[in-house]
Structures are given as structure tokens and as C-alpha cells.
Design a protein around this ligand. Structure first.
Ligand code: MSP
Length: 652
């Protein structure tokens, strides 16, 4: 059985968790779940990094002693992850006693091997980075990251002979293209390794900092925070002798953003080498989220809180957006309108409709029981083959952490299934009484839905489980082997009962209320379920009854020209229109257009009007007709003639 070990950076506890931390952790969770679907033995680690100057400073700013401060912030991280559907195997804290002991053991080993020496050092120290810079590394005398003038510090310290492993590391990276990915980061690291490299200062004198792990060979010093932090990846596995260590090292995939490339790509492998350990399997480096095109920062007030996004748009939609939008290795742009558009297009429209219509048809034609599959036609084979290819592409992309591409490839199949239903038109087969074909088409559809539910589970665990349940399947996706499922296309057992309706992804509206916290989560969910029940977008389920031509003729449809448009006070969805439909006076019509059109955008437009609809009052304003519009992913579109026609022309 393959072993897969995935880690996130352990986060500094000098700030509350935000979108960036949530992204890395959701990504690791998603990839971990994907490996569970491949029936692998997996281990998923996250945690908090709690030593060093930065933390002491943050505690002081909050008038707290370091221990109480780190306890409080670390708890916030720990409590957040389950609320984002993240299921870790362990949450490690660097202030845990056993981690401290592991760090000391590691230091002693490297010291005994002769790779740590004592020396005098003078250098430019940036407190933000907690590291020394050489003059060459500074940008106009400033720290390149913090743009602050570093302090010149002259002191005696311990050094790790990192430079003696430079050639080994360069060759190792050259020989193992998969070690650091995507390749732009691999190239960046190779470029660093072509320049002369200094040894790494790994101690801080207690006269300057006491909040750290004491060196086992000199009690006047504590360990440099990065040296301490990186060791978390093996101390969590109980190195050197634990069962976990035996099972999961060296199968580690470290997921990090580009900001901490150097410590992971250079410090950590050389540290492992010096301690006689094998290098980790892979470093997977992602880009940065920007918010509304700017860097996320407290001072700009644009820090995105993960729980607030969950409250507004639901956990599945938030996770899906993060995974679908950020192309691995590149920066991503987080905006709420983009999230809503993505949700409505991919989830409400493609996936949601597919499930809704399929379940509804199963009830309409087979009383909710999965039908028996008859002989397959070329069209059935074609769509099953599309699914097979989609699963393969999905697996390939996921293996290299390209989750956005995996989803993109998979959605070809989701859309393909919708097209298949449109083309096979089960409602037509039903009308013709072609029951054998109807059964086969629906059996193919329902079997495909199962693969879809499995494949969305790593990204949207909640939805994936519910979708499986709706199909009458075991809700634990780990029962299924995705790779085998992709090949075999076994049909669902005939007679399995499916749910009447799915409704997991009601269309979302943009909600720019920044004050949204977690409190109204339950209320919002209840409201969205209610909205879902009311939703009119269940295409097939709402297939209208057949009518005779004279029924159609009862409608007085006419083209009208909007001569005036204005908002309706206290009704944010409505516009009051005066529409010329060829009568003496324009008709007054109240229409629900205000969220998609300004009055100016409507004025002058030609629209189709139902002219003989009984007048009724809306928000106290009389409406003498109705304007026809169509709702799709992009929002609302007005129906009108291709070219201008005389106002009042009949539509027939
Ligand atoms: N404590 C160190 C890591 C030690 S690992 C042995 C640290 N902590 S951190 O709190 O600053 O976390 C940095 C990480 O948070 C990034 O590498 C990334 O995973 C995540 N992100 C923080 N802001 C981010 C964005 N704006 N966008 C994407 N990820 C971001 O560095």
C-alpha cells in the first residue's frame, strides 16, 4: 500500500488565521482526501510555530505573557480547521515538550557529527525575518521583504555547516525533477545554489531572546526559530523510532507558499542530510492570494476571514472556489463576485442541475428506483468514455497538486452529462413509450453521478457525502477506489432508491456585508435551503404540461418600447416601467429587473410583454403586464426582437 504524508507550514501565532492559511490547509486536506480515494495510507499534519522574536513581540503588544498568548492563538487555528471541513491527523505545536526534546536530539546528533561550530559573527539582522542578511542581500540597505533597515549585530553564535551540502543538494535537485515543483520554483532554487552559500546561524543568545528551545550543548543559547520549526515535520512522526516515522518518512509532501521557499528548499534538505536522514519526497509551492488585486494586509483592511466566507456562501462553495480558481504555482485573485460567478456557473448550474434533473426524472419515470441497464448504444459508450478520460485526467493533475486543472478537466464530464441528457431527451423516450432505452439512459446517468459524487468529495467533502447518500450509496467515499471506478463503470444496483431532489447548490447572490461572522451560519443555511426549494431552475422536473395551440393563443404577447424606467422605493429588486405597446397610453409594468439593470439600461429597449395578464399590485404599485426575461449563469437577459419593430407588434 502506498504511503502519502502531506504537511502545511506550521503557522506563526502572531496573527489570526486568514484566507492564506486557510487556502494552504484546504489544499493539503483536498489532496489528502484524493489519496484516500486512491486507497493509500495517508497522514496529514498541520500546526503552529510558536517561538522567536516575532511571537514575543506580538504577545507584548497584546499585554500577555508569551505562553498564554500562544495558547490562545494556537487554539484559534486548531478550532478553525474542522469548521472548514479539514480533517487532520495531527496538530503539532512547537512549544510541546516532546517537540522540544526532538529538536534537542536532532541538534545533538548534528553537533556530534561535527556539522555545528561556534563562531563570531557580524551581520545585518532583520527582526521581521528573524535572520541575518549579508550586505549583498539587502536592497538599498533595507531588508528586501520588510523594507526596514536591519540592525547590525556582532555576536558569537553557533553555525550549521550548510555550505558543505550545497553541491550535494544542487545535484540532488538536478537529478530529481519532481523534488521541487512547479518548475519555476525549482529553477529559482537551482539559481540560488549556483551562488556561493553561507553557513546557517542556528542560535540566538539568551541575552537577546529566551523564548525558544535551549541548545543541548550550550545553555546560554536558544535555537533559531526556523531550525526548530522545520524539525516539526519529523517530530510529529516520533522520529527516530516511532511507527509513524517508519510508515511515512520519506513520503512527505510539504505544501508551502513561495514566501518560505528557501528554508524548505535549502535549509531543510541539508539539515536532513546532516542528520543522516533521507530527503522528503516533494516540496509543492503555491502562489499568493491577492484580494481585489492588492496584497492582503491588516493596514489595507482587506484581510479575508475564512469563516465569514463560509457563512456567506457555504463551505462547499468557498472550498470549491479556492481550489478551482488558483492555478498551482501562480498567484490568485480573490474577489467575492468571482466566487459567486464560479459558484453559479459550475455548482448551481452544471452540477446542481445535473443532480436535480436526474433525481427528479428517476422519480417521475421509475418511482425513485434505479432502473436496469439494457444494451448500450454508441452515444452511451461515448459519454462513459468521456467520463473515463475525465477521471484519468483528474487523477493525473491531482497527483501533481494541479487541483484547478483536475477540476477543469472533470467538469468537461459534468457538462458532457448534461448534454447527453439533453440529446437523449428521456422525456421524449417516455412519451414514445421506449421504456428499454429510457431505462438504459437513466442507468448510465445515475452511474455517472456516482463517479461525480466521488470525484467532488476531496474538494467538497460535505457535498460529496450528501450526493452519495442521495444516490442511495454508502456515504463514506473511502470505500471506493477511484482509479478502479474510472475503468469499470459498474452500474448502480437496480432498485436502489434515490432521493427526490438534490438542491445542494442554490444560486448565490453577492453579499458584500463585511460584518458577517459565524453566528448567522445556521440561519443562512436554513434560508438557502428554503430558497432552494423555491428555486425555479429544476429544468426537467418542472417540465410543463402539454397544451393545445388555442391555449397558446390565449396569450397576448407584444413587443413594447420602454419609454421610462425608475426604481420602486423600498423594493431593491423592482423597476417601474412605462412601456409603449401601441396603445393610447404607455402601460405601467413593474418588473424584477433592478438587480441586473439600472433604469438607464432599460430605457429605450424593446421588450416582449404579456399584455393580457391580470393587473396586480406589487409593493403598492399597479402592474399591468409582464416583461419576459431569461435567467442564466450570467444573470438576467431581456427578451426582445432582433431588430427594432413597431411598438405593439404581436408575437406569435
Ligand atoms: N512559521 C512559518 C512556517 C514554518 S514551516 C516549518 C511561517 N508561518 S506563516 O504564518 O507566515 O505562514 C506562511 C504560510 O501561510 C505561507 O507559506 C502560505 O502557506 C500561507 N499564506 C499566508 N498568506 C498567504 C497568501 N496571501 N496567499 C497564499 N498563502 C498564504 O511562515
Amino acid at each position: 500500500m502506498n504511503s502519502f504524508y502531506v504537511t502545511t507550514p506550521i503557522y506563526y501565532v502572531n496573527a489570526k488565521p486568514h484566507l492564506g492559511h486557510a487556502y494552504t490547509t484546504i489544499l493539503a486536506d483536498t489532496v489528502n482526501r484524493f489519496h484516500l480515494l486512491l486507497q493509500e495510507r495517508t497522514y496529514f499534519l498541520t500546526g503552529t510555530d510558536e517561538h522567536g522574536d516575532k511571537i514575543v513581540q506580538a504577545a507584548a503588544d497584546n499585554n500577555q505573557d508569551p505562553q498564554s498568548y500562544v495558547d490562545a492563538i494556537s487554539a484559534q487555528f486548531q478550532e478553525l480547521w474542522p469548521q472548514l471541513g479539514i480533517a487532520t491527523d495531527q496538530f503539532i505545536r512547537t512549544t510541546q515538550e516532546r517537540h522540544k526534546q526532538t529538536v534537542q536530539r536532532f541538534l545533538q546528533l548534528v553537533y556530534d557529527n561535527g556539522d555545528i561550530y561556534f563562531g563570531e559573527y557580524g551581520g545585518y539582522y532583520c527582526f521581521g525575518c528573524e535572520r541575518f542578511y549579508t550586505e549583498k542581500e539587502l536592497a538599498d540597505g533595507l531588508c528586501p521583504d520588510h523594507l526596514k533597515k536591519p540592525e547590525y549585530i556582532q555576536e558569537a553564535n553557533y553555525f550549521f555547516r550548510m555550505s558543505s551540502y550545497q553541491d550535494w543538494l544542487r545535484e540532488y535537485i538536478q537529478d530529481n525533477p519532481d523534488f521541487i515543483q512547479p518548475s519555476q520554483y525549482r529553477n529559482e532554487v537551482l539559481a540560488m545554489l549556483r551562488e556561493p552559500m553561507d553557513d546557517l546561524c542556528i542560535s540566538r543568545p539568551k541575552s537577546r531572546l529566551t523564548w525558544g528551545i535551549e541548545l543541548p550543548f550550550d545553555s546560554r543559547y536558544v535555537t533559531y526559530v526556523w531550525f526548530d520549526a522545520l524539525i516539526n515535520y519529523i517530530s510529529a512522526l516520533d522520529w527516530p523510532s516511532g511507527e509513524k516515522f517508519a510508515a511515512f518518512w520519506p513520503f512527505a509532501h510539504h505544501v508551502v507558499a513561495k514566501d518560505i521557499l528557501k528554508p524548505h528548499a535549502i535549509f531543510w534538505p541539508t539539515m536532513l542530510k546532516a542528520a543522516g536522514l533521507q530527503p522528503y519526497k516533494g516540496l509543492r509551492v503555491h502562489g499568493y492570494w491577492k484580494v481585489d488585486e492588492a496584497k492582503m494586509s491588516k493596514s489595507l483592511g482587506n484581510v479575508v476571514e475564512p469563516l465569514s466566507m463560509r457563512t456567506k456562501y457555504g463551505l462547499d462553495g468557498f472550498r470549491y472556489f479556492l481550489m478551482r480558481e488558483m492555478h498551482f504555482g501562480h498567484d490568485g485573485s480573490f474577489t467575492e463576485p468571482a466566487l459567486v460567478n464560479r459558484f453559479n456557473a459550475d455548482l448551481a448550474n452544471d452540477l446542481g442541475n445535473l443532480f436535480n434533473r436526474s433525481l427528479a426524472m428517476t422519480h417521475k419515470y421509475f418511482q425513485g428506483a434505479v432502473p436496469e441497464c439494457g444494451p448500450l448504444c454508441p452515444e452511451d459508450r461515448e459519454v462513459l468514455d468521456l467520463g473515463h478520460k475525465a477521471v484519468e485526467a483528474y487523477i493525473d493533475h491531482f497527483q501533481s497538486f494541479q487541483v484547478a486543472q483536475a477540476l477543469e478537466a472533470f467538469w468537461e464530464f459534468v457538462r458532457g452529462m448534461n448534454r447527453y441528457i439533453d440529446a437523449m431527451a428521456p422525456w421524449g423516450l417516455n412519451k414514445e413509450g421506449n421504456s428499454e432505452r429510457l431505462q438504459t439512459v437513466m442507468a448510465v446517468v445515475l452511474a455517472s453521478l456516482r463517479r461525480i459524487a466521488l470525484a467532488v468529495w476531496p474538494v467538497m467533502p460535505d457535498a460529496g457525502e450528501k450526493l452519495l447518500q442521495q444516490l442511495g450509496q454508502d456515504p463514506d467515499p473511502k470505500q471506493a477506489d477511484l482509479r478502479a471506478e474510472g475503468r469499470d463503470w459498474t452500474m448502480l444496483a437496480p432498485g436502489t432508491r434515490v432521493a427526490k431532489t438534490s438542491n445542494l447548490f442554490p444560486r448565490q447572490e453577492l453579499d458584500m456585508d463585511r460584518s458577517k461572522g459565524d453566528e448567522d451560519w445556521a440561519g443562512k443555511q436554513a434560508a438557502s435551503r428554503k430558497a432552494a426549494r423555491k428555486a425555479k431552475d429544476v429544468r426537467e422536473a418542472k417540465e410543463p404540461a402539454e397544451i393545445e395551440f388555442p391555449d397558446f393563443q390565449k396569450l397576448d404577447l407584444r413587443v413594447g418600447t420602454v419609454v421610462q424606467a425608475e426604481p420602486v422605493p423600498k423594493a431593491d429588486k423592482l423597476l417601474k416601467l412605462q412601456v409603449d405597446i401601441g396603445e393610447d397610453e404607455p402601460r405601467q409594468i413593474v418588473a424584477g429587473l433592478a438587480q441586473d439593470f439600472s433604469p438607464a439600461e432599460v430605457q429605450g429597449r424593446q421588450v416582449v410583454v404579456v399584455a393580457n395578464l391580470k393587473a396586480r399590485k406589487m409593493r403598492g404599485v399597479t402592474s399591468q403586464g409582464m416583461v419576459l426575461a431569461v435567467h442564466d449563469v450570467q444573470g438576467l437577459r431581456l427578451l426582445g426582437p432582433e431588430e427594432a419593430v413597431q411598438a405593439g407588434s404581436r408575437v406569435s
